[in-house]
Design a protein around this ligand. Structure first.
Ligand code: KIV
Length: 276
Protein backbone atom coordinates (compact mmCIF):
# COMPACT_ATOMS: atom_id res chain seq x y z
CA UNK A 1 0.00 0.00 0.00
CA UNK A 2 1.29 3.46 -0.89
CA UNK A 3 0.91 6.62 1.15
CA UNK A 4 -2.73 7.43 1.88
CA UNK A 5 -3.59 11.08 1.30
CA UNK A 6 -6.83 13.06 1.13
CA UNK A 7 -6.71 12.60 -2.66
CA UNK A 8 -6.53 8.80 -2.23
CA UNK A 9 -9.50 8.89 0.15
CA UNK A 10 -11.62 10.99 -2.24
CA UNK A 11 -10.62 8.78 -5.15
CA UNK A 12 -11.80 5.68 -3.32
CA UNK A 13 -15.36 7.02 -3.36
CA UNK A 14 -15.17 7.54 -7.13
CA UNK A 15 -13.82 4.01 -7.59
CA UNK A 16 -16.44 2.62 -5.16
CA UNK A 17 -13.68 1.16 -2.97
CA UNK A 18 -14.52 1.02 0.74
CA UNK A 19 -12.46 3.20 3.08
CA UNK A 20 -11.19 1.80 6.40
CA UNK A 21 -10.47 3.85 9.50
CA UNK A 22 -9.80 2.93 13.13
CA UNK A 23 -8.83 4.99 16.12
CA UNK A 24 -5.45 4.56 17.81
CA UNK A 25 -3.83 6.45 20.64
CA UNK A 26 -0.34 4.98 21.00
CA UNK A 27 2.69 3.60 19.17
CA UNK A 28 2.14 -0.19 19.46
CA UNK A 29 -1.50 -0.10 18.38
CA UNK A 30 -0.81 2.30 15.52
CA UNK A 31 2.02 0.01 14.31
CA UNK A 32 -0.47 -2.88 14.08
CA UNK A 33 -3.09 -0.75 12.35
CA UNK A 34 -0.51 0.35 9.78
CA UNK A 35 0.64 -3.29 9.29
CA UNK A 36 -3.00 -4.29 8.65
CA UNK A 37 -3.16 -1.75 5.81
CA UNK A 38 -5.98 0.36 7.30
CA UNK A 39 -6.35 3.61 5.33
CA UNK A 40 -6.64 6.12 8.16
CA UNK A 41 -6.02 6.38 11.89
CA UNK A 42 -8.13 8.78 13.90
CA UNK A 43 -6.47 9.95 17.10
CA UNK A 44 -9.94 10.46 18.48
CA UNK A 45 -11.09 12.30 21.57
CA UNK A 46 -12.70 8.92 22.35
CA UNK A 47 -9.38 8.51 24.18
CA UNK A 48 -11.29 10.26 26.99
CA UNK A 49 -13.51 7.17 27.34
CA UNK A 50 -11.24 4.30 26.40
CA UNK A 51 -7.78 5.41 27.51
CA UNK A 52 -8.09 8.21 30.08
CA UNK A 53 -11.03 6.88 32.10
CA UNK A 54 -13.52 9.74 31.73
CA UNK A 55 -17.28 9.23 31.19
CA UNK A 56 -17.29 11.29 28.01
CA UNK A 57 -14.97 13.19 25.68
CA UNK A 58 -15.41 16.68 27.16
CA UNK A 59 -12.37 16.66 29.44
CA UNK A 60 -9.90 15.79 26.65
CA UNK A 61 -7.47 18.65 26.01
CA UNK A 62 -5.35 19.87 23.11
CA UNK A 63 -2.26 18.63 24.96
CA UNK A 64 -3.81 15.14 25.29
CA UNK A 65 -4.51 15.02 21.55
CA UNK A 66 -1.05 16.28 20.61
CA UNK A 67 0.74 13.90 23.00
CA UNK A 68 -1.08 10.84 21.63
CA UNK A 69 -0.91 12.00 18.00
CA UNK A 70 2.88 12.24 18.25
CA UNK A 71 3.08 8.62 19.44
CA UNK A 72 0.81 7.41 16.62
CA UNK A 73 2.65 9.37 13.94
CA UNK A 74 5.96 7.78 15.00
CA UNK A 75 4.47 4.36 14.19
CA UNK A 76 3.22 4.91 10.66
CA UNK A 77 4.50 5.50 7.15
CA UNK A 78 1.52 4.99 4.86
CA UNK A 79 -1.55 5.30 7.04
CA UNK A 80 -3.03 8.78 7.06
CA UNK A 81 -3.29 10.27 10.56
CA UNK A 82 -6.23 12.52 11.49
CA UNK A 83 -6.11 14.37 14.81
CA UNK A 84 -9.41 15.10 16.57
CA UNK A 85 -10.10 18.68 17.67
CA UNK A 86 -11.22 18.46 21.31
CA UNK A 87 -14.14 20.26 22.96
CA UNK A 88 -13.68 24.07 23.09
CA UNK A 89 -10.63 24.02 20.80
CA UNK A 90 -12.69 25.37 17.85
CA UNK A 91 -15.79 26.87 19.47
CA UNK A 92 -14.54 30.21 20.77
CA UNK A 93 -13.27 31.88 17.59
CA UNK A 94 -12.11 30.92 14.12
CA UNK A 95 -8.67 32.30 15.02
CA UNK A 96 -8.36 29.93 17.97
CA UNK A 97 -9.65 27.09 15.79
CA UNK A 98 -6.96 27.71 13.16
CA UNK A 99 -4.24 27.97 15.82
CA UNK A 100 -5.36 24.72 17.47
CA UNK A 101 -5.73 22.87 14.16
CA UNK A 102 -2.24 24.12 13.30
CA UNK A 103 -0.85 22.72 16.57
CA UNK A 104 -2.28 19.27 15.78
CA UNK A 105 -0.47 19.39 12.42
CA UNK A 106 2.75 21.15 13.49
CA UNK A 107 3.33 19.69 16.97
CA UNK A 108 1.35 16.46 16.64
CA UNK A 109 2.38 15.58 13.08
CA UNK A 110 -1.15 14.71 11.89
CA UNK A 111 -2.08 15.27 8.25
CA UNK A 112 -5.65 16.43 8.84
CA UNK A 113 -7.98 17.39 11.67
CA UNK A 114 -11.55 16.35 12.46
CA UNK A 115 -14.19 18.48 14.09
CA UNK A 116 -17.82 17.97 15.06
CA UNK A 117 -20.81 19.95 13.81
CA UNK A 118 -22.74 21.05 10.73
CA UNK A 119 -24.04 24.38 9.48
CA UNK A 120 -22.83 26.18 12.62
CA UNK A 121 -19.21 25.19 11.85
CA UNK A 122 -18.99 26.24 8.20
CA UNK A 123 -16.92 29.39 8.90
CA UNK A 124 -14.60 27.44 11.18
CA UNK A 125 -14.00 24.75 8.55
CA UNK A 126 -13.33 27.38 5.88
CA UNK A 127 -10.84 29.22 8.11
CA UNK A 128 -8.92 26.01 8.85
CA UNK A 129 -8.93 25.08 5.14
CA UNK A 130 -7.56 28.58 4.40
CA UNK A 131 -4.55 27.61 6.50
CA UNK A 132 -4.06 24.64 4.12
CA UNK A 133 -5.14 22.10 6.72
CA UNK A 134 -7.48 19.33 5.48
CA UNK A 135 -10.60 18.91 7.60
CA UNK A 136 -12.78 15.84 8.18
CA UNK A 137 -16.33 16.63 9.29
CA UNK A 138 -18.39 14.71 11.87
CA UNK A 139 -22.20 14.94 12.08
CA UNK A 140 -25.08 12.93 13.55
CA UNK A 141 -24.36 11.92 17.13
CA UNK A 142 -21.53 14.31 17.94
CA UNK A 143 -20.31 13.19 21.39
CA UNK A 144 -19.07 16.67 22.37
CA UNK A 145 -22.76 17.74 22.32
CA UNK A 146 -23.82 14.99 24.75
CA UNK A 147 -25.19 17.46 27.30
CA UNK A 148 -27.17 19.34 24.65
CA UNK A 149 -28.55 16.09 23.19
CA UNK A 150 -29.43 14.85 26.69
CA UNK A 151 -27.47 11.61 26.21
CA UNK A 152 -25.90 9.51 23.46
CA UNK A 153 -28.89 9.16 21.11
CA UNK A 154 -29.29 8.09 17.49
CA UNK A 155 -29.81 11.25 15.41
CA UNK A 156 -32.20 11.64 12.46
CA UNK A 157 -35.08 9.48 13.68
CA UNK A 158 -37.68 12.25 13.32
CA UNK A 159 -38.29 14.58 10.41
CA UNK A 160 -36.68 17.64 12.01
CA UNK A 161 -33.40 15.94 12.94
CA UNK A 162 -33.33 14.00 9.63
CA UNK A 163 -33.63 17.30 7.72
CA UNK A 164 -30.94 18.84 9.93
CA UNK A 165 -28.62 15.93 9.17
CA UNK A 166 -29.03 16.35 5.40
CA UNK A 167 -28.55 20.11 5.73
CA UNK A 168 -25.40 19.58 7.84
CA UNK A 169 -23.98 17.10 5.32
CA UNK A 170 -24.54 19.51 2.42
CA UNK A 171 -23.03 22.40 4.41
CA UNK A 172 -19.91 20.44 5.31
CA UNK A 173 -19.44 19.16 1.75
CA UNK A 174 -19.80 22.71 0.38
CA UNK A 175 -17.43 24.08 3.03
CA UNK A 176 -14.78 21.68 1.68
CA UNK A 177 -14.27 18.83 4.15
CA UNK A 178 -12.49 15.91 2.46
CA UNK A 179 -14.61 13.27 4.23
CA UNK A 180 -17.52 13.19 6.63
CA UNK A 181 -18.08 10.94 9.65
CA UNK A 182 -21.74 9.97 10.15
CA UNK A 183 -22.24 8.71 13.70
CA UNK A 184 -25.36 6.88 14.92
CA UNK A 185 -27.57 7.69 11.96
CA UNK A 186 -30.35 5.41 10.65
CA UNK A 187 -29.08 3.27 7.76
CA UNK A 188 -31.46 4.67 5.07
CA UNK A 189 -30.59 8.24 6.01
CA UNK A 190 -26.84 7.53 5.87
CA UNK A 191 -27.44 5.94 2.43
CA UNK A 192 -29.27 9.06 1.24
CA UNK A 193 -26.47 11.37 2.47
CA UNK A 194 -23.79 9.13 0.94
CA UNK A 195 -25.55 9.23 -2.45
CA UNK A 196 -26.09 12.97 -2.29
CA UNK A 197 -22.66 14.34 -1.32
CA UNK A 198 -19.58 13.94 -3.50
CA UNK A 199 -17.20 13.50 -0.55
CA UNK A 200 -16.73 10.13 1.15
CA UNK A 201 -18.91 9.35 4.17
CA UNK A 202 -17.33 7.31 6.97
CA UNK A 203 -19.95 5.56 9.08
CA UNK A 204 -19.98 4.52 12.71
CA UNK A 205 -23.37 3.12 13.61
CA UNK A 206 -24.61 4.33 10.22
CA UNK A 207 -25.03 1.07 8.30
CA UNK A 208 -23.29 -0.49 5.31
CA UNK A 209 -23.95 2.08 2.58
CA UNK A 210 -21.39 4.63 3.77
CA UNK A 211 -18.22 4.94 1.68
CA UNK A 212 -16.15 3.76 4.64
CA UNK A 213 -16.31 2.66 8.26
CA UNK A 214 -14.62 3.71 11.49
CA UNK A 215 -14.63 2.06 14.92
CA UNK A 216 -12.99 2.79 18.24
CA UNK A 217 -10.20 0.21 18.31
CA UNK A 218 -10.48 -0.64 22.01
CA UNK A 219 -14.18 -1.48 21.51
CA UNK A 220 -13.71 -3.65 18.40
CA UNK A 221 -10.85 -5.57 20.04
CA UNK A 222 -12.86 -6.25 23.19
CA UNK A 223 -10.30 -4.67 25.51
CA UNK A 224 -12.50 -4.13 28.55
CA UNK A 225 -15.65 -5.71 29.95
CA UNK A 226 -18.68 -3.48 30.22
CA UNK A 227 -20.97 -1.54 27.93
CA UNK A 228 -20.07 -1.08 24.29
CA UNK A 229 -22.40 0.60 21.79
CA UNK A 230 -24.86 -1.60 19.82
CA UNK A 231 -23.15 -0.73 16.52
CA UNK A 232 -19.78 -2.18 17.56
CA UNK A 233 -18.81 -5.63 16.36
CA UNK A 234 -16.17 -7.24 18.57
CA UNK A 235 -13.65 -8.57 16.05
CA UNK A 236 -11.66 -9.97 18.99
CA UNK A 237 -12.24 -10.49 22.69
CA UNK A 238 -8.93 -9.56 24.27
CA UNK A 239 -10.13 -8.92 27.82
CA UNK A 240 -10.22 -12.59 28.94
CA UNK A 241 -6.92 -13.27 27.18
CA UNK A 242 -5.25 -10.38 28.99
CA UNK A 243 -6.85 -11.38 32.32
CA UNK A 244 -5.55 -14.97 31.93
CA UNK A 245 -2.04 -13.63 31.34
CA UNK A 246 -2.19 -11.24 34.32
CA UNK A 247 -3.54 -13.92 36.65
CA UNK A 248 -0.90 -16.43 35.51
CA UNK A 249 1.84 -13.83 36.07
CA UNK A 250 0.62 -13.11 39.61
CA UNK A 251 0.43 -16.84 40.45
CA UNK A 252 3.84 -17.66 39.00
CA UNK A 253 5.59 -14.78 40.78
CA UNK A 254 3.91 -15.64 44.07
CA UNK A 255 4.80 -19.35 43.68
CA UNK A 256 8.38 -18.66 42.58
CA UNK A 257 7.82 -20.26 39.15
CA UNK A 258 8.64 -17.05 37.29
CA UNK A 259 11.33 -16.03 36.54
CA UNK A 260 12.76 -19.41 35.47
CA UNK A 261 16.53 -19.93 34.86
CA UNK A 262 16.14 -19.08 31.16
CA UNK A 263 14.87 -15.59 32.05
CA UNK A 264 18.03 -14.73 34.03
CA UNK A 265 21.59 -13.71 33.11
CA UNK A 266 24.85 -15.51 33.97
CA UNK A 267 28.14 -14.14 35.18
CA UNK A 268 31.55 -15.91 35.29
CA UNK A 269 32.16 -17.64 38.62
CA UNK A 270 35.59 -15.93 38.93
CA UNK A 271 33.94 -12.51 38.82
CA UNK A 272 31.66 -13.57 41.64
CA UNK A 273 34.57 -15.04 43.60
CA UNK A 274 36.36 -11.71 43.54
CA UNK A 275 33.41 -10.07 45.24
CA UNK A 276 33.78 -12.12 48.44
O1 KIV B 1 -13.22 10.25 18.86
C1 KIV B 1 -13.54 9.33 18.10
O2 KIV B 1 -13.07 8.19 18.22
C2 KIV B 1 -14.51 9.61 17.05
C3 KIV B 1 -15.02 8.45 16.27
C4 KIV B 1 -16.05 7.77 17.07
C5 KIV B 1 -15.50 8.84 14.94
O3 KIV B 1 -14.87 10.73 16.86
Amino acid sequence: MGKVTTAVIKDKKLKKEKITMLTSYDFPMASLVEAAGIDMILVGDSMGNVVLGYNNTLAVTMDDIIHHTRAVVRAVNNTMVVGDMPFLSYHISTQEAVRNAGRIIQEGGAEAVKLEGGTERVDTVKAILDAQIPVMGHIGLTPQSVNQFGGFKVQGKDEATARKLIEDARAMAEAGVFALVLECVPTPLAKRVTEEVDIPTIGIGAGPYCDGQVLVINDMLGFLKGHIPKFVKKFANLEPIIMDALTAYKEEVEMGVFPAPEHGFTVDAEVLDKLY
